[in-house]
Design a protein around this ligand. Sequence first.
Ligand SMILES: Nc1ncnc2c1ncn2[C@@H]1O[C@H](COP(=O)(O)OP(=O)(O)OP(=O)(O)O)[C@@H](O)[C@H]1O
Ligand SMILES: [Mg+2]
Length: 219
Amino acid sequence: MLIIGLVSQKGGVGKSSISRALATHYASKGLTVKISDLDINQSTSYQWQQRRLQSELEPVVSVECFGSVQQAMKQSSQYDVVIFDGAPQANKATQQIAEIADLIIIPTGLSVDDLQPSVILANSLKAAKIPARKITFALCRTGDSKSEYSEAQQYLESTPYRLIDGQIQERTAFRRAQDAGRSMIECQYQKPREQAQAMVAAIDSYINELTKERINEYA
Ligand SMILES: Nc1ncnc2c1ncn2[C@@H]1O[C@H](COP(=O)(O)OP(=O)(O)OP(=O)(O)O)[C@@H](O)[C@H]1O
Ligand SMILES: [Mg+2]
């Protein structure tokens, strides 16, 4: 089983959007996928799945709300991929997700106000004995300034954590896609769709890198 955790201290950074993109990606490869929506106050991914089902979109992705990581894991043993869509400011759950996940993704915007809390969160996970290799950042909701992007990139690359290649720009098309029960990789407009697909591919390739490292460790 592959376990991926999307976490952040801040709200609205793209946790749910990336969770859905990854979920539809793995489901389209024939894997069984479950999004464990830990945001029981908003349960936005659960609501998104309802829209998806209403529109009879394929592939089918399971989404279930859980009050705790432990509860979610008890119900997920039969899935190939489990994606934790974290709630903002969920310190205890974030730590628990990080402990069991193969990969942790912290989506972040480009402003200092977004970047600093993201690095602080990563540092707190590392201080709590989560291996730095497992902790990644994904640049989301970015603008079209190249200098802003490259400064953020430089800053994050100076940390012990991996910056996932690529970015998800702020696009109405991503909102509209998700309003209609699609994921960002199923967006009807080619350019944003390819951008989301590239980010998913970069995440997948980093997961493969980590898996190879683990195999070598045991060899
Ligand atoms: N790249 C983007 N372009 C435009 N809108 C986006 C983009 N990414 C996310 N959004 C929109 O911004 C809102 C927040 O995104 P999302 O739900 O993915 O963030 P989140 O981190 O899960 O938020 P929360 O902390 O509230 O759970 C949603 O309405 C979503 O449709
Ligand atoms: Mg969310």
